[in-house]
Design a protein around this ligand. Structure first.
Ligand SMILES: Nc1ncnc2c1ncn2[C@@H]1O[C@H](COP(=O)(O)OP(=O)(O)OP(=O)(O)O)[C@@H](O)[C@H]1O
Length: 357
């Protein structure tokens, strides 16, 4: 692993709870990692610790197997060969784009510096902007300049702190895709913080979901969505609900009884002995529920949200539970109508029931 965090803990004076608690993860060279989570979950504290801007209370941060942070010892940021991109671009307003990008290249000769500036501005698609000033560029262009400036000295690791949060929602996801392309072309290893899951999915090879300082899962986007390892991840990523279910039998006779009927495809399903009395909760994603007029399971439409090619229906079952379903938008039913639905899932994701409150 290029970047390795082991049992990392970050604490602030006077705060009883750790801002980052026992986080372990590894990022391979050339990979883009993303830390995702709600406000206050500790992602910025973790990024700042990796940058060397925050001391660590316990555990260690290693870069290329060398310890750069542990309790009582922090290699300063300037000795870590890292680049940083912040949400506010932090460009120098009185310097031209070329001078902004060349700022960290002082040790190079004038020729080498301007060649490198041209090269990285080419990488971010702004080779023609060299002589312009930051205020003459759009927000998205300024952020690409900030990226070029961070990449210019060829850092070992690039850290990005909510780099798109000052941009329009539509621009964010597009820029995230573009930045991914740029980082891959530069062969950069990067760690980014965001609270926006579409951004995280667009840019990350591996994504960590954090809550209350803890890292719940460090995985690719597909696994976070389809194989969430905790209830929090299941709830935080994508649309879905957890419904009470019971497991019975084993082998071919293994059954999952749910309010939507018995589930057929049981790959990855634990045995009934995994839960007391075989009672558990099962995750139903909106795309696990198919609209089927022939189905005996009926649900009433509570709400519907138009998403272009599909509707996101919120449905109430006759048993009282609420489920979500993505339905192609040519099936345009009215709120209050009863429609047939059936589950269609690739695999079953189960969690232990929460103790009754
Ligand atoms: N300098 C500080 N001093 C004391 N407590 C802090 C400090 N910085 C952050 N915290 C606390 O540490 C916890 C984690 O904060 P952090 O900024 O890392 O979260 P975050 O996930 O990045 O949130 P956001 O998305 O809102 O920036 C929070 O409870 C926060 O109040």
């Amino acid at each position: 692993m290029f970047l390795e965090l082991s049992q990392l803990e970050v604490r602030y004076p006077g705060r009883a709870r750790a801002a980052v608690a026992q986080v372990s993860l590894g990022l391979r060279a050339g990979d883009i990692g993303v830390l995702l989570g709600p406000s206050g979950c500790g992602k910025t504290s973790l990024l700042r610790a990796v940058a060397g801007l925050e001391p660590v209370a316990a555990g260690a941060i290693r870069l290329s197997s060398r310890v750069v942070s542990q309790a009582g010892r922090v290699v300063p940021p300037e000795q870590r060969r890292m680049g940083m991109v912040f949400q506010d671009y932090a460009l120098f307003p009185h310097l031209s784009i070329a001078d902004n990008v060349g700022f960290g290249l002082a040790p190079l000769s004038r020729e080498a510096r301007s060649a490198r500036v041209r090269e990285v501005l080419g990488l971010v698609g702004l080779e023609d902007a060299q002589g312009r000033f930051p205020h003459e560029l759009s927000g998205g262009q300024q952020q690409r300049v900030a990226l070029a400036r961070a990449l210019a000295p060829q850092p070992d690791l690039l850290l990005l702190d909510e780099p798109f949060s000052n941009l329009d929602v539509e621009l964010r996801e597009r820029l995230a895709h573009e930045v991914r392309g740029i980082l891959k072309q530069a062969g950069a290893t990067a760690l980014m913080v965001t609270h926006d899951q579409l951004e995280a999915f667009a840019i990350g090879d591996v994504i960590g979901v954090m809550q209350d300082g803890a890292l719940h899962q460090w995985d690719d986007a597909y696994s976070l969505y389809h194989r969430p390892s905790t209830r929090f991840v299941a709830d935080f990523i994508g649309h879905g609900v957890l419904l009470p279910a019971s497991l019975s039998g084993q082998g071919e006779a293994l059954r999952v009884h749910t309010p939507l009927g018995d589930l057929q495809d049981l790959s990855e399903c634990p045995l009934p002995t995994a839960y007391p009395g075989g009672l558990c909760d099962v995750l139903f994603r909106a795309d696990d529920i198919v609209h089927d007029d022939a189905s005996t399971v009926k649900a009433r439409i509570l709400r519907k949200a138009f998403r272009g090619s599909e509707f996101l229906y919120t449905l109430s079952l006759s048993t009282g539970e609420t489920v979500l379903a993505h339905v192609p938008s040519h099936h345009d039913h009215a709120v209050g109508e009863w429609v047939g639905i059936r589950p269609e899932m690739d695999h079953v994701v189960t969690f232990a029931r929460l103790p009754a409150a």
